[in-house]
Design a protein around this ligand. Structure first.
Ligand SMILES: Nc1ncnc2c1ncn2[C@@H]1O[C@H](COP(=O)(O)OP(=O)(O)OP(=O)(O)O)[C@@H](O)[C@H]1O
Ligand SMILES: [Mg+2]
Length: 332
């Protein structure tokens, strides 16, 4: 590739792909996402590829909701795609960290719900048998993918783990109970068009225009349900994925400590979002949302194992803690 860029600046690192802000020879800004064609293809290239294909389709199907794909190709050992740069935007997560007034948070939530609603309104019937496949593929297989890791072996060798001083059963040992709970509650199996990885970090917000653009969609979800989408929002607002992910946890012998401060903007958003969920969902659906929320932390374990083993331990223990806590609320 012989292309001259006036600027190329890394926006975010740390994962298996790299995202860059670029300016081409004509002065036009765009975003490039690169991934290795050689290393870690399963958690790198496959994931990048599924994003590219969703972006191509969805930017046509839902105009204005996703950045358009400008081009994609190969640069030596890297694959890349270029997408429109959304100027004046910040992630919904960063927006909430600024602690905007409640009425501005309400507005952002309402734009987010409308944006999700555009995708979720295209529905198709599904089957409750799919949940068995989901738990197998997205939880049991993902745990299985970590079993060769010596730190993970140590973590699951004992039944209990400690997360921030609370001793609970590790989710590896509670997976049958998890399966029983989620299958019992998944009684209205409807699927729909989804983003697939809609954490608040993957929602770009332009506060002046009150516009939302979604980035980082993801294909491999087994069950494309609005309940899974809501669970990914909760991952950000209720179990603080981004905040935990930015910590340096202290990790030793099945004991993880990661103390965080909860930003008031996030708490406010979470309260408003729960109010919406309680109005829209049945009791069973809400249970599925909360169980999906926990499953998100299990699904990510092999990715974390590849890039940061401390985070693998952190999220295993967080998932275990969240499940134990949820069981208490179910029985309470
Ligand atoms: N089209 C865009 N316009 C403006 N900013 C963008 C755009 N795409 C990404 N960004 C910025 O770059 C950051 C990282 O982008 P992205 O979410 O695609 O990467 P990532 O989370 O590292 O990817 P992945 O989760 O797929 O590994 C975003 O949080 C956002 O701030
Ligand atoms: Mg992202």
């Amino acid at each position: 590739m012989t292309e001259k860029l006036l600027e190329k600046k890394r926006l975010k690192g740390g994962s298996l792909s790299g995202t860059y802000f670029c300016v081409d020879g004509a002065g036009t800004a765009f975003v490039r996402k690169e991934v290795s064609l050689k290393d870690n293809r399963e958690y790198g290239f496959q994931r990048w590829y599924s994003q590219l294909k969703r972006l191509q389709r969805y930017s046509q199907q839902f105009p204005g909701l996703f950045p358009g794909v400008i081009k994609f190709g190969r640069d030596g050992d890297l694959a890349y795609f270029d997408i429109e740069y959304i100027g004046g935007s910040i992630t919904a997560h960063d927006y909430l960290l600024e602690h905007p007034p409640q009425k501005d948070i309400e507005k952002m939530l309402s734009v987010l719900l409308d944006s999700m609603g555009r995708m979720h309104s295209i529905q198709f019937p599904s089957t409750s048998a799919a949940m068995d496949l989901y738990v197998y593929e997205e939880m049991e297989q993902k745990i299985g993918a970590c079993l060769g890791n010596s730190r993970f072996q140590k973590l699951i060798a004992q039944r209990d783990i400690t997360f921030n001083g609370k001793r609970v059963t590790g989710i590896y040992w509670a997976i049958d109970e998890f399966k029983r709970c989620i299958k019992q509650s998944y009684i209205n199996p409807v699927e729909c068009f989804t983003h697939g990885n809609i954490t608040l970090e993957n929602v770009l917000y332009q506060p002046d225009e009150k516009l939302i653009t979604l980035i980082d969609p993801y294909e491999e979800n087994i069950i494309d349900s609005k309940l899974a989408e809501y669970s990914q929002i909760l991952q950000s607002s209720n179990s603080y994925y981004e905040i935990y992910n930015a910590t340096t946890p202290s990790v030793s012998d099945s004991n993880v400590e990661a103390y965080i401060e909860i930003p008031p903007g996030i708490s406010c958003f979470n309260k408003l979002f729960f109010k919406h969920l309680e109005a829209e969902c049945t009791k069973e659906e809400l249970r599925v949302v909360r169980l999906f929320e926990i499953s998100q932390y299990v699904r990510m374990l092999p990715f974390k194992m590849e890039i940061d083993e401390d985070k693998m331990e952190l999220f295993y223990c967080l998932a275990s803690y969240l499940f134990s806590d949820l069981l208490d609320t179910f029985s309470g």
